[in-house]
Design a protein around this ligand. Structure first.
Ligand code: BES
Ligand code: ZN
Length: 600
């Protein structure tokens, strides 16, 4: 079966027949770990007369029946073919359309192993009393719980009816009503057209706290207060983003805090960002994540990458916006620290990656788009935007970006569309005709590595941290007399990265005694310390990395620890033992990446 010529990660044929709206209806079956129900697709023929067939994406779905209708009232069964499953793309579902059909209703159930759905046992939740389930559709996992045109080039509106066990609440990336009674049935409507990777559902014992006129947080009851306190700058972030980039077009912005197995830091599901509980540090030190997911309401959700090759358009522009929001709300010192830490992370990532994977406009042919998810689209993408800003000046660049969001609002665009718009609206009217050339746009987008004109970051605060680390490493100062009392998380992280890689048992113990790293409550600081502990075989921390790796499922925090552990034979043995216990609690996305490390 041929793939979509526009998007190599979909079998759909939206160039012939395009889906505009979905009516979804499910029973959430915790007992079977499935969603049972139907998806009704409202289709439109793009080519008159053509398109007797509708091709959809599926993965591990059991299709029960397919029916057609031209009015939504009378339905007739129609034959369908489920093609052979491709290991990356799943199986194409082909439905023969009658000439008059405008709606296609597919009755189906998901598989307990669906790549985009995770069901959690009560013990995996904060409250330990109720099960929980949530979806994660990006990049191409929506097809594992909905048969649809799973390409970011197609946008749909949707309505959904979700039936749950009593006492649980369902929420979606749609209009949510925190007052909806917990009577086992929830209705949702998403009026703004969104790409399939932004369709999301979660069901659990969820409470709600308002944080402002347009913002609030859903979380398990025992978590919701601390979450609301941590995230109470969200309203201010929204206001700052609107000042810079124009109106927020999604009405409300709420957050959902998931149980710790959530495999990502955050996911920008429209109107309802999904977030890991590991960012609730108690001191707002990790809320850059909220700025990031909120920024996606402009870059990503409003103006969307048309294919996964263009992922940098989502993430690079978003990291740039994230920094601008942080600067407005927390000031320049914080941004300079984050940017400096990230530059170091990017340099390390580039050193690890093969040249083809260092390219922003990456070639993902024959690969899982999740494989393109490294720091390059985020941080090299951000540097490219910052270069544009620094070259034309902030006021002009702000005007440009705001117009860009308006121009492409609710559309999906490719890297080529971006470059054309950039040339026409920012570079063409410049007095300096060679601007496009000095910027080296082709090198930025199509070549590996980092062009020499990449902007640099400087943080005085982090430079002072390096000086202290050096003074300690040379033996000049003991850990206890370092001036750390006003350090933020970012400074602690940089300190741990600035001390020598190899430390003695005595030095490790000195740190632990002075700073209590092994018991650090901040998930990022703990992560960095555990990496140091593995490298230096620091046994007093062994118990902690067991609880850490079993308790947290956020891939970015756990995979590097496994990577580090398997470097020695005895570390590998420990990694295997811990993974044995931890794996059943991890999300399929985390499992598939960590299997490659621990069970190659
Ligand atoms: N959209 C991404 C998460 C994502 C990307 C999921 C690709 C699946 C495939 C989200 O906006 C994101 O980037 N999250 C980051 C946090 C952010 C602060 C950099 C994460 O989860 O680590
Ligand atoms: Zn993002």
């Amino acid at each position: 079966m041929r793939e979509n010529p526009q998007d190599g990660h979909s079998f759909a044929n939206p160039d012939e027949v395009v889906v505009r709206h979905l009516d979804l209806d499910w029973d959430v079956r915790f007992d079977r770990r499935t969603l049972d129900g139907s998806a009704t697709l409202h289709v439109e023929r793009v080519v008159e007369g053509a398109g007797a067939a509708l091709r959809l994406d599926t993965r591990d779905l059991s299709i029960i029946a397919v029916e057609l209708s031209d009015d939504g009232a009378d339905w007739t069964q129609t034959p369908f073919t489920l093609g052979e499953a491709d290991p990356i793309l799943g199986a194409p579902l082909e439905v023969t359309l009658s000439e008059a059909a405008t709606q296609v209703r597919i009755a189906y159930t998901t598989s307990p192993g669906a790549s985009g759905v995770q069901g959690l046992e009560p013990v995996q939740t904060a409250g330990k009393m109720h099960p929980f389930m949530f979806t994660q559709s990006q990049a191409i996992h929506a097809r594992s719980w909905i048969p649809l045109q799973d390409t970011p080039g197609v946008r749909v509106t949707y309505r959904a009816t979700v039936r749950t066990p009593p006492a649980l609440r369902a929420v979606m990336s749609a209009a949510n009503d925190a007052e909806m009674p917990l009577d086992g049935e929830f209705r949702f409507e998403m009026r703004q057209p969104i790409p399939s990777y932004l369709i999301a559902l979660a069901v659990g014992d969820l409470a709600f706290r308002s944080m402002g006129a347009r913002t609030g947080v859903y979380a398990e009851p025992s978590v919701v207060e601390s979450a609301a306190a941590e995230f109470n700058d969200t309203e201010a972030m929204m206001a700052a983003t609107e000042r810079l980039y124009g109106p927020y077009r999604w009405e409300r912005y709420d957050l959902l805090v998931l149980p710790p197995s959530f495999p990502f830091g955050g996911m920008e599901n429209p109107r309802l960002t999904f977030a890991t509980p590991t960012v609730i540090a108690g001191d707002k030190s990790l809320v850059a994540l909220v700025a990031h997911e909120l920024a996606h309401s402009w870059s990503g959700n409003l103006v969307t990458n048309a294919t996964w090759r263009d992922f940098w358009l989502n993430e690079g522009v978003t990291v740039y916006l994230e920094r601008r929001i942080l600067e407005e709300v927390f000031g320049r010192t914080r941004v300079d620290m984050e940017a400096t830490l990230d530059r170091q992370a990017l340099d390390e990532e580039l050193a690890r990656l093969e040249p083809p994977d260092q390219i922003l406009h990456i070639d993902l042919k024959g690969r899982d788009p999740d494989d393109g998810m490294n720091q390059v689209p985020y941080l090299k993408g951000e540097l490219f935007l910052r270069l544009l800003e620094e070259t034309v000046g902030r006021p002009r660049f702000d005007t440009f970006l705001r117009a860009y969001f308006d121009h492409f609002a609710f559309r999906s665009i490719t890297t080529g569309d971006f470059v054309a718009y950039l040339n026409a609206h920012l570079l063409a009217d410049d007095a300096d005709a060679d601007l496009a050339e000095t910027l080296q746009i082709d090198a930025w987008l199509e070549q590996p590595g980092l062009p020499a004109n990449a902007p640099r970051s400087m943080s005085d605060a982090l430079t002072r941290v390096e000086q202290q680390a050096a003074r300690w490493a040379s033996g000049e100062t003991a850990a206890t007399v370092l001036e750390t009392s006003d350090w933020t998380t970012q400074e602690w992280l940089h300190f741990l990265k600035s001390v020598p890689e190899t430390l003695t048992a005595g030095q490790m113990a000195e740190f632990d005694e002075a700073f209590g790293f092994t018991e650090a409550g901040n998930s990022e600081v703990a992560h960095q310390w555990l990496l140091t502990a593995i490298r230096n075989q620091y046994e007093p921390a062994y118990l902690r990395f067991e609880t850490y790796l079993v308790g947290i499922g956020r891939r970015k925090l756990i995979k590097p620890l496994y990577d580090e552990l398997v470097k020695t034979p005895e570390g590998r043995a420990r990694a295997e033992a811990i993974y044995e216990r931890a794996r059943p609690g991890y999300h399929p996305i985390a499992v598939s990446s960590i299997d490659e490390v621990v069970r190659p």
